[in-house]
Design a binder for this molecule. Sequence first.
Ligand SMILES: [Zn+2]
Length: 53
Amino acid sequence: MFTMSSADFSVHMRGCEEAGSTIPITDLPDEVTSLDDLECTCWDEVGSFDELQ
Ligand SMILES: [Zn+2]
């Protein structure tokens, strides 16, 4: 469901066109604790952080 940019290690929804070259990941990194840590517009459709767990 998620993917990580190999350029800046930012986390994106899989299929995000802004992520560039990415590495698929199955879980969010531990350092991501809220939607505020996910700055890309691909997260805008996510209503709450709990939906990602
Ligand atoms: Zn994105």
